[in-house]
Design a protein around this ligand. Structure first.
Ligand code: PLP
Length: 354
């Protein structure tokens, strides 16, 4: 029996998309593949609000986090950390032998433009990494305000992990001056995991030419070479590209603004319930529209709740890492509808006797 996923990835996938993935394969050096590639990239450009090139990677989002570091950091980068995934990106920078500094805030807190300005004034950085939506704490950082600060500094590449937000929240890549914006397939884009995409600016491509030891698999110059032929470096997950291409049709048919509003409405509904019975974990300024992280003020056993939810074919998520018992997470991403949230909350109320 299918269990509806209210976890922050992988998210629910439509039956039509699963069927699309069962289509017979095509050769990845064929004309048919190039058409599929071009079609997918042109739709992605709309969702990213960009004219930049879009690379499709046969990896999950973490692969592209590594790619940004290897291609775009020459001397030193600044990592803005407000939870586990920001921490991971910092570790990726250090483990690739880069110099990296960070701004680190307490869990539940977010990155402020003021703290970014202060750090950029005090040090010299050539790239900056921001986790837009921190999935471990439910913090969504004020990307428009942060971008305004970063864009005042010349030659600082702006790299954004939008793994748990792009497709559910508006991120206007060109307007924000984002040099690399990366995301995974299994969150707001609502297709199965295993593929990741990113937009890459001309500035980032120029930088990458000069950075040494970019490796091979994640070298933006190799991506570019194949992009020009509407192909990928190696054999790509073709079935997933079928799925992405079709899901992008659904996304554009719904309309991006409608999609973002739907995410906002689902978030507001979930937050209202959370505030009525529990409390929100993140500070109000940073509440996310794709994921609600709830402070477990009643000390409920989330595992037990999930067992009961499983009997009703639903699943939510416990807190992340150290927050496992202190919080729980309800995602409202991708193709979930307000009706789904209402049903979930009704059943949780029933189970907990709220
Ligand atoms: N960044 C964020 C904010 C995430 O939520 C995740 C995964 O949950 C990742 C990065 C890593 O993405 P992936 O699992 O696709 O490698």
């Amino acid at each position: 029996m299918h269990r509806k996923l209210f976890i922050p990835g992988p998210t629910e996938v439509r039956d039509e998309i699963l069927k699309e993935m069962a289509k017979p394969l095509i050769g990845h050096r064929s004309k048919d593949f190039s058409e599929l590639f071009l079609s997918t990239v042109s739709k992605l450009k709309k969702v990213f609000y960009t004219e930049n090139k879009i690379f499709i990677s046969s990896s999950s989002g973490t692969g592209l986090m590594e790619a940004t570091i290897r291609n775009c950091v020459s001397e030193r980068c600044l990592n803005l950390i407000c939870g586990h995934f920001g921490e991971e990106w910092y570790k990726i920078a250090l483990s690739n032998g880069k110099n990296a500094d960070c701004v680190r805030v307490e869990p539940g807190d977010g990155i402020t433009p003021e703290s970014v300005r202060e750090k950029l004034d005090s040090g010299s950085y050539d790239a900056i990494c921001l986790t837009h939506n921190e999935t471990s704490t439910g913090v969504m950082n004020p990307i428009y305000e942060i971008a305004e600060v970063i864009n005042r500094y010349e030659d600082v590449l702006f790299m954004v992990d939008s793994v748990s937000s792009l497709g559910g929240v508006k991120i206007e890549v060109d307007k924000l001056g984002i040099d690399v914006c990366l995301t995974s397939s299994q969150k707001c884009l609502a297709i199965p995991p295993g593929i990741a995409v990113c937009s890459v600016s001309e500035r980032a491509l120029e930088r990458s030419k000069k950075v040494r030891n970019r490796g091979y698999y994640f070298d933006f110059q190799t991506f570019l070479k194949f992009y020009e032929k509407s192909q990928t470096i190696s054999t790509p997950p073709i079935s997933q590209i079928y799925a992405l291409n079709k899901e992008l049709d659904y996304i554009l048919e719904e309309g991006l603004e409608n999609r973002f509003n739907r995410h906002k409405t689902m978030a507001e509904y979930t937050r209202k319930w959370a505030l009525e019975h529990f409390d929100m974990f993140p500070k109000e300024r940073f509440w996310s529209n794709t994921l609600t992280v709830i402070k477990n003020t009643k000390g409920i056993k989330v595992d037990e709740l999930n067992k009961k939810l499983a009997e009703r074919n639903m699943q939510i998520s416990n807190g992340y890492g150290e927050l496992k018992e202190k919080t729980f997470r309800i995602a409202h991403m991708g193709d979930l509808q307000l009706e789904d949230m209402k049903e979930l909350i009704m059943i949780i109320n029933e189970i907990l006797g709220l």
